[in-house]
Design a protein around this ligand. Structure first.
Ligand code: FE2
Length: 277
């Protein structure tokens, strides 16, 4: 059965870090979460005052952050001594797990900064794993040419055509695809019942099982085994993101996502006591 769209949202304006303007698409009043997808932010601006203050040192615990840059550069540094720059088209997949302190700062002083940050929950049994990073530049992620026209950049998971992304993740088996379709081209992808997923339209528009999604709109996928989309006359660029449903209690507290309120209080206590990083 093809999945249909059960909810649509364009997100809400928000600020985070030291005042970075962004659009919060998941973790908003309209859409709390799509288990295990906890949060999705889109940042896009060519005005330095919207982003230059960046995200100075802050902690995370209990989940993964996935930063996908479409334009611009972001420098990250953490308490374990890791440092690097995510370039345009690159991805940083950080499994924060038991906790890190890091900063994420725009490397540029002007020009367009555009990208997404997705938070993916970790199973309760993995929330205290050691932190780790997986980082790949645009040319390290395979680009599949679809037989029906269009291309798919594979960040994680495996396409119907057999292309596998470089990110290894056996915890929630996430799929993260960046799909570009020409006018009225279609794309089809199996997505097992165990997974929840969303589609975000970056440019153009598309139809999925009779539901229209316009540019900068997110659709939450209902239950089913496959996803089948058709681009509109102008074509479409879309993200397909999914992960295995955890069905565990979720307690949020700022930069921490645990299973109970007590664990959130522990995280703040650990932060105050300097036990991060
Ligand atoms: Fe962060």
């Amino acid at each position: 059965m093809n999945r249909s769209i059960i909810q649509k949202t364009k997100g809400v304006p928000a600020t985070d870090g030291a005042g970075v303007k962004l659009t919060r698409i998941i973790a908003s009043p309209e859409l709390d979460m799509v288990d295990p997808l906890l949060l999705l932010d889109r940042f896009e601006s060519d005005k330095p005052q919207d982003y230059i203050a960046g995200f100075p040192t802050h902690p995370h615990r209990g989940f993964e952050t996935v930063t996908y840059m479409l334009a611009g550069r972001m420098r990250h540094k953490d308490s374990a001594g890791n440092e690097g720059v995510i370039e345009s088209g690159g991805v940083q997949w950080m499994t924060a797990a038991k906790g890190i302190l890091h900063s994420e700062m725009p490397e540029q002083e002007d020009g367009l900064l555009r990208g997404f940050q997705l938070w993916i929950n970790l199973p309760a049994t993995n929330k205290f794993d050691e932190p780790k990073y997986q980082e790949f530049s645009a040319d390290e992620m395979p680009l599949e040419n679809l037989e029906t026209g269009g291309t798919v950049r594979v960040i994680s998971g495996k396409t119907d055509g057999g292309t596998t992304g470089p990110v290894v993740n056996t915890l929630t088996e996430p799929l993260y695809l960046d799909i570009s379709l020409g006018s009225q081209e279609s794309f089809r992808q199996p997505l097992p019942q165990s997974q929840n997923g969303v589609i975000y339209v970056i440019e153009g528009d598309l139809t999925l099982e009779g539901t229209f999604l316009e540019s900068e709109e997110l659709g939450v996928l209902g239950r089913g085994e496959t996803v089948s989309v058709m681009a509109g006359l102008q074509g479409a660029r879309l993200l397909l993101m999914s992960g295995r449903r955890l069905d565990e209690p979720v307690a949020r507290g700022g930069p921490f996502v645990m299973n109970t309120k007590a664990e959130i209080l522990d995280a703040f206590a650990d932060l105050r006591a300097g036990r991060f990083g």
